[in-house]
Design a protein around this ligand. Structure first.
Ligand code: FAD
Ligand code: NAP
Length: 342
């Protein structure tokens, strides 16, 4: 596998940031990855999937490893489940559609999430009340330094809200090569979240099925979220913060329409989008729809920061800092970035 030098990463990140990688190598097998690492003059900087959850704030002075491991295979079944393994470089939404077309259930609420299969356990991606950890069976990963192959079971991954062991403890240490999912033969429907039920009604669906739920999710997402092919973004820039119930009740007294959802552990999850929409760069101005230069907060979803054309990663990062400061000043709540900063 050839290592390329001084490559623009603009086409490799959905923010469309024109940062450069000093070295860049694509691989589609374990052997090719090992060769790339053996031949590299510099250490690996990070692993790149679809680039839909990263913000590049500088040029990368190292080796960027682009995962292109492909293939989808049914690897087993039992009475209730189908076990299906996908290469980390498979496009996530295409994989979801592949499973839905075979009536394998569990991924329908996760339709139309950008990016690749490999990042799905790393991020524990989630949407409309379902997280990947619920369908995750195991994964195979390659250790960049030891060059050893490891299998991770759900217990090894320390899944949390948009979190896993790969995002913190093992950050940039393991290359996820293949992920095995455990999908249901008999579906369990999740329609209680967001606008899914109303959309199913609007679609005229009378008998619930996973294809209809996937289509409802696709319809809602397409109407709300900016398409990165049209306007650069990485989805929700911040996580929804969870706070103590007592703190929430005090906030509710001051801001009666604040949006919060009870977590099973007794804390309350605040909608970060609402906090951002109800704060701003100055009194009387909301961040929602705000633009400075080529950076801004999307007009339909304040949680999504956007690049209108030629924004730099540093400018988007600076906007995120200003948003975090103003939300903290107004609500006393510290936002945390979901997007991985490089
Ligand atoms: P990348 O951006 O390439 O990488 C993300 C991180 O994972 C990086 O730190 C990278 O080093 C690491 N990584 C990637 N591949 C590997 C690998 N093979 N091995 C080890 N580490 C790896 N996310 C949600 O959870 N829910 C949503 O509903 C959602 N909606 C979105 C909507 C839009 C419009 C956009 C732009 C993004 C959205 N996202 C959402 C965020 C994003 O799509 C997901 O986090 C996705 O899983 C990122 O995949 P990727 O392949 O693009 O990862
Ligand atoms: P929304 O439906 O407008 O809801 C706003 C927030 O409230 C969501 O972030 C969601 O939290 C929370 N929420 C809504 N209904 C809830 C319920 N019944 N129980 C608990 N929490 C609830 O959100 P949206 O922006 O259109 O996004 C819809 C879904 O897609 C969400 O799950 C969101 O996470 C996901 N999404 C993620 C990204 C990303 O980049 N990570 C981008 C776009 C959309 P949760 O986020 O915890 O689900």
């Amino acid at each position: 596998m050839q290592v390329q030098e001084n490559i623009s990463l603009k086409q490799y990140n959905t923010f469309g940031i024109d940062a450069r990688a000093r070295y860049f190598g694509k691989f589609s097998t374990m052997e090719a990855l090992a060769t790339l690492l053996d031949n590299s003059k510099v250490p690996a900087a990070f692993i790149l999937g679809g680039g839909s959850n990263i913000l590049l704030t500088k040029d990368i002075d190292g080796l960027v490893l682009k995962n292109e491991v492909k293939g989808i295979e049914e690897v087993g079944e039992d009475e209730r489940y189908i076990y299906v393994e996908a290469g980390a470089g498979e496009n996530w939404h295409q994989f979801v559609q592949y499973c839905i077309s075979r009536n394998w259930a569990g991924l329908e609420n996760l339709s139309l999430i950008p990016g690749n299969v490999g990042a799905s356990p790393m991020q524990n991606i989630g949407a409309y009340g379902v997280e990947v950890k619920e369908v995750f069976n195991s994964l195979t990963a390659f250790h960049i330094h030891d060059k050893t192959i490891h299998t991770f079971t759900p217990g090894d991954c320390a899944f949390g809200y948009r979190e896993s062991v790969f995002k913190r403890k093992y950050r940039n240490q393991f290359v996820i090569m293949r992920v095995c999912f455990r999908l249901r033969k008999d579906p369990v429907f999740h329609t209680g979240y967001g606008a899914i039920r109303e959309e199913l009604e609007r679609m005229g669906v009378t008998t619930l099925n996973i294809k209809a739920i996937a289509q409802a999710v696709i319809n809602i997402r397409s109407s709300k979220l900016p398409d990165p092919a049209v306007i650069g973004n990485a989805g929700s820039f911040f996580k929804n913060p969870s706070i103590e119930k007592s703190t929430y009740l005090k906030l509710k007294e001051k801001f009666p329409v604040i949006v919060g959802y009870d977590n099973p552990d007794g804390t309350v999850k605040l909608a970060a989008g609402w906090l951002i929409e109800h704060s701003g760069p100055k009194v009387g101005v909301s961040w929602k729809g705000y633009r400075v230069g080529d950076t801004g907060c999307h007009a339909r979803q304040a949680l999504v920061l956007v690049n209108y054309g030629h924004a730099s990663g540093k400018e988007i990062y600076a906007l995120s800092e200003a948003i975090m400061r103003s939300v903290e000043n107004k609500f006393g709540v510290r936002l945390e970035r979901e997007v991985n900063i490089y």
